[in-house]
Design a protein around this ligand. Structure first.
Ligand SMILES: NC(=O)c1ccc[n+]([C@@H]2O[C@H](COP(=O)([O-])OP(=O)(O)OC[C@H]3O[C@@H](n4cnc5c(N)ncnc54)[C@H](O)[C@@H]3O)[C@@H](O)[C@H]2O)c1
Length: 324
């Protein structure tokens, strides 16, 4: 198959490119390098081609789709939940308008398969744990809303235009390719583990833990972290599923294991071999106490489950890149 990857120079997209190549596919990457890195694009592989450009520009999109991908993976979104509440226009322009325009153009180019990066943020505050796909959809931030809008549009296009799609609701992606093939660092990361790496390399002066009085065993928030290589593997399985079964797919991707902020901080200290500077701050508004996925549906439909669960494995795969 020829896979088009919008945002393939970014953190998750680049790991998916590796998995697609491993499975024998050809990839065409479109990326404007706004948060991705050239370092993440495999060199010396004639199955990989790269176009630099903004997918929201009609001419760029036409040139890209003229390469006639059989399946399109779309990673290019603005993704900072906090920022989305301050500058919603940026998120509506890119995540909603840009993606709707992209979806409108697919039939022209005969592309029938679409794999979409959705998020656990579509659920909002968990009303039951673990969170499965039947959980109510009540995003607490505008970012989550933008992803929900596209999920709903995909359902309509599935019915009206026969688009076959996979909407993958990721929990917190973390880690790097354990074989060290992805070298581009995330720009301005907001997630816990890359922030810890930036503390370890001196880019940030200290790590802040927000809230130590939650009703969790150590008082800090609990999240479900999924290793990016496990996540990438699920994308190839999801592509195979929609192509072979000619059916749509909507699944959570998580480990089903909760890790607390403190556990991750301690694992980071262990991996880097020293105590990282930390401060304890008040709770942040809107942070749910616990968020853990049910990934049973992905297991049943794709035969997929996360292989990496030890926080030290997540962090050591990152440290080899951050400490290089
Ligand atoms: N990282 C996570 O934990 C997480 C969790 C849930 C969902 N997601 C979703 O997964 C997707 C990928 O996330 P990521 O962490 O790899 O982010 P990322 O920022 O590393 O990757 C996005 C890529 O898209 C590119 N891009 C951005 N705007 C573009 C544009 N207009 N035209 C062309 N390229 C553009 C960037 O340069 C970057 O390479 C996003 O849709 C995000 O919402 C991520």
């Amino acid at each position: 198959m020829k896979a088009g990857i919008i945002g393939g120079a970014g953190y998750i997209g680049s790991h998916v490119v590796l998995e697609l190549l491993l499975a024998g596919h050809e990839v065409v990457i479109l990326d404007d390098l706004s948060s991705g890195s050239r370092l993440n694009i495999p060199q010396d592989d004639d199955r990989v081609s790269f176009m630099e450009g903004d997918f929201t520009l009609p001419d760029v999109l036409s040139a890209f789709l003229s390469r006639r991908p059989d399946v399109l993976f779309h990673f290019a979104a603005a993704k900072a939940a906090g920022e989305s509440m301050l500058v919603p226009e940026k998120y509506s322009r890119q995540n909603i308008r840009g993606t709707l325009q992209l979806l409108e153009r697919l039939p022209e180019y005969g592309c029938q398969y679409f794999v979409f990066s959705s998020t656990a943020a579509v659920y909002g505050n968990p009303q039951k744990l673990p969170v499965d796909e039947t959980h109510p959809l009540r995003p607490e931030n505008y970012y989550g809303f933008t992803k929900l809008v596209i999920e709903e549009q995909l359902a309509w296009l599935g019915r009206l235009r026969g688009l076959r799609y996979a909407a993958l609701r990721y929990f917190n992606a973390a880690g790097y390719d354990p074989a060290g093939r992805i070298r581009g660092l995330e720009k301005n990361p907001a997630n816990l583990m890359p922030v810890l790496m930036e503390v370890a390399t001196g880019v940030r002066s200290r790590f802040e833990i927000f809230g130590t009085d939650y009703a969790t065993p150590d008082g800090t928030c609990i999240r479900d972290y999924i290793h990016v290589s496990d996540l990438a593997r699920a994308h190839v399985l999801a592509m195979d599923y929609i192509v072979q079964k000619k059916d749509n797919l909507l699944v959570n991707l998580g480990t089903e294991q909760g890790l607390s902020v403190l556990e991750i901080y301690q694992a980071a200290c262990e991996v880097v071999g020293r105590t990282l500077p930390v401060t304890y701050a008040d709770r942040r508004a809107g942070d749910p106490e616990q968020l853990v996925a049910s990934a049973r549906k992905a297991h049943e439909l794709l035969g997929w489950e996360a292989r990496i669960k030890d926080p030290r494995e997540f962090l050591s795969s990152m440290w080899q890149v951050y400490s290089a």
